[in-house]
Structures are given as structure tokens and as C-alpha cells.
Design a protein around this ligand. Sequence first.
Ligand code: 1HN
Length: 356
Amino acid sequence: MDSSRPASSDHNIDPARRDFYARSGERNLAPLWEVLHTLITAEPQSAVRPHLWHYAALRPFLLEACELISAKEAERRVLILENPAFKGQAKITQSLFSGLQIIMPGEVAPPHRHSQAALRFIIEGEGAYTAVDGERTTMRPGDFVVTPSWTWHDHGNTGTGPMVWLDGLDIHIVKLFEASFREGAAAGPGEATTPAQPEGYSAARYGANLLPVEDDRGGPSSPVFSYPYARTRAALEAMRQRAPWSRWHGLKMKYANPVTGDYAMPTIATFIQLLPKSFKTAPYRSTSSTVFVCVEGRGRTRIGEESFAWGPHDIFVAPSWVRHSHEAEEDAVLFSFSDQGVQEKLGFFREEKAEG
Ligand code: 1HN
């Protein structure tokens, strides 16, 4: 074995070196030269497996979970979307958690707060709300809602049918830094928070192309905590005739914090993109493994050597530095999220836009 490579077994290692490794190991020392090239790879070697979850196949499991446990007992009744490469680790990518949450009519998910920030992307249902720091917002399919780090939040379903949304959390980023705090329902304001502000307050204060001259809301998260799909979709439709189309992304926009112009969340970058019927994107790859949710339409995405056909509510993941390209069979809208904002700030984000 080449001694510059890591040894899976050490029987080919020179006895003098092996003896040295054993004695230095007892002093909690290890030779870098045995592991250098697995620590520092020439390019990303993502362990993430490309994968697609068909919503039709997982929806019955969500309904079955409702028979087994209440939202209250579960605290959050979520089925984790586990990357097949990371079974038991609650990871959809190395840095991000994702899951599908279901809440039935009359149920509440009690208030709690934690260091981890969450995004909600609404899949189906109507009549449920989420409350963030004392303000409720009604959730409708396609809406994107931000729950910033350390804000009290609870959910309730005042409608007549099941409500399902996708959760995305920066759990594994916080875990890397060992910076997790949580305050549970017991320490919180009770069963469900009583709203301190009327619904629509944040949208009026921060989301009308106006900002208060004496602001009270600094911080890295967007104070516009709900981005309703009706507005997002109308914007894409209004732009489609004249907007420059990207060969790699179609018509793709980031969700922005209106105070800073940065991503809506500091740890999770979120995007919406329109791919018109028959549009085929050129191969693209970046260092951020990305989760996509089909909002409307149908199409397929080639990820590395595999091809995934998707329709409404299907969820799929493309690993870091693996080329992918989309093809829309009908007008299609994709929501996506990744750790791109973090990597950009830390200075190592890279992307490649291939010809073709
Ligand atoms: C959480 O607090 C929510 O508040 C959803 O709805 C999913 C996954 C892991 C840890 C906390 C929520 C979560 C979560």
C-alpha cells in the first residue's frame, strides 16, 4: 500500500512506523501523513446520495402517524426525510435536517424555542397557522415561512383537514459548533401563544418596500417571516416575458431579507425558480448540496448518472459537486434550499456552470 494513503488495516505498514504510531497514539498523537489525502480531497467527495421522495408514497405514512401519536405528545409530529446515506442521523444533507410535519384539525404543537432556525414550506391544507414571536401567520400551499433562531414558535390547525408542510432546519450546522440550546413547552408561555401582534403586522412593517425609520429589528433573519406563494408566483409570472433566463437556472430568485438584501435566513439559503414548459437547464454544480421541492408542474432532473421524474410535492436532493440539470415537461416551479449562504460568507462556496 502507498504509505501516503490511509490504512484501512495496518499490516502493510513498515514495522518501525507501526511501532511509532502505536507509541505516539498512546499520547493522543497521530501522523497526518497517513490521512492527509482523505482530509483534504482534490475536490468535494460528497457522501450525500441523490434521492427523490414521491409525495404520494409518503403521504399515507403521515396519516398513519396521526393514528399513533398526537401532535401534543410528539411535540412536533414530523417524519424525517433521511438521506439513504445517513440512516439514523436525521440528515437530508450533511448540514441540514428536513422532514414533513402534519397537524390535524383542532391540534396544536406547543410553543418552544431553540438555537436552530427553521423554514417551513407549505405542502397541502388550509386553515393552520404558525406563530413566531407572538405573531400568527396563516399557512397556504407554496408559502415560505421563517422561524429564526431562538424565537418562540407554535402551530395550530383551526381548519377542517390535515395540514402538511416541509421543515428545513440548520440542526447539523448548530451541532458542528456544539451551540444548541432549547426551552421546551413547560418553560414556555403555555398551550398556544396568545398573539401579541395582529396577523399581517410584519408584512406591513417590513414587506411593503418600506422600512421603519426607527427600527427595532436588527439581526440576520428577515423580519418578513412569511413569503406568501400568491405574491411569489405572481412575480415570476410578471417577469417571464422579459426577464433574462439563466441557462443553468431558468428564472431563479432568492428569498431576500428586505433590511439587508441578504438571504432571508443566515444559515439556510432559499430560492424559487420557474422553468417553462420544455426548458432544459445546462449542467450545474456547486459545493452546496441542495434540496428541491416541486411546487407545480412536472419534469425530470438528471443528477450525476441518475434521472429523477418529479411532480407536485415531490422532494429531491442533489449532492455537493455533482452535476445536475432540470427539464420541465410543463411549466414548473421549484423551491430549493441549501447552506450556500453560509459557505459564501466563509469564503469557500464554488459553483460550475457547464456548457451544453
Ligand atoms: C421543530 O421545532 C419543528 O417547531 C419542526 O415545527 C421540526 C425538527 C427537529 C427539531 C425541532 C417545529 C423540528 C423541530
